[in-house]
Write a protein of this length. Structure first.
Length: 235
């Protein structure tokens, strides 16, 4: 169920809503969700304001002991994962992306004195679709922003990946929301909602390199685990 999930932000999006759902998708649970958004695809007009607002939102994220009151996100899962995350921060810099916020190892913010693999969530701006940070799954609180000119380029960029687990779009346009739901090459699509998360009553799975086998949740689970028999009786 690996992913390199896109979150599209269109010019007509509600900025406050778009920033909040992006922060939730990319950084909460320390970015350690297969459905987390790590590619933030933003159209031209909203791009500067979005980068500024998201960086400000990230500055309010409390990193610390996951059991302490006031903590927003906990530590990275292991030393190896922390090293991998930090290595991708350096890869992004080397590739020419701008580290707009975070990206360093830090001490616990929540005052509990806990020691662990704490990392400030990292945001790259001025990245391009071909960079490794936009092609390879990092599985940590590292997100990069790709600037595009319009919805058509945003959709193309969102689908330009070997993965296809989840995808999201922030827009007030019913036209674009409907088109994206139909044409996004992902198993799960969210409109004006975080990409990360799961409801157990609906099928869960992706497309391309992000899924294997049946959707073993909801009604699809009943079908998968049911053995069907056909019987004939002479009337």
């Amino acid at each position: 169920m690996g992913g390199k999930n896109p979150q599209v932000i269109l010019d007509d999006a509600d900025l406050t809503q778009a920033v909040e759902l992006t922060a939730q998708s990319a950084f909460y649970s320390t970015g350690q969700r297969c459905t987390a958004s790590s590619r933030i695809i933003v159209t031209d007009q909203i791009y500067p304001a979005f980068i500024e607002a998201l960086a400000a939102r990230m500055a309010r994220i409390k990193v610390g002991d996951a059991l302490a009151a006031g903590t927003d996100i906990g530590p990275v899962s292991s030393q190896a994962q922390l090293e991998q995350n930090l290595s991708y921060v350096e890869i992004g810099r080397a590739e020419g992306a701008t580290l707009a916020a975070g990206g360093e190892r830090i001490k616990c913010h929540t005052g509990s004195g806990a020691e662990g693999f704490f990392m400030a969530p990292a945001l790259f701006s001025e990245s391009t679709a071909g960079m490794r940070i936009n092609r390879e799954e990092i599985f940590g609180p590292v997100a990069s922003v790709i600037r595009v000119k319009d919805y058509e380029q945003a959709l193309f960029t969102a689908n330009d990946t070997p993965f296809g687990l989840s995808a999201g779009i922030a827009t007030t346009s019913l036209k674009y929301a409907t088109h994206f739901k139909r044409h996004s090459q992902a198993g799960m699509v969210m409109v004006n909602l975080p990409t990360a998360g799961v409801d157990y009553h609906v099928p869960f799975g992706g497309r391309k390199g992000s899924s294997y086998g049946p959707r073993e949740q909801g009604q699809y689970a009943q079908e998968f685990f049911t053995t069907v028999k056909t019987a004939y009786t002479l009337a």
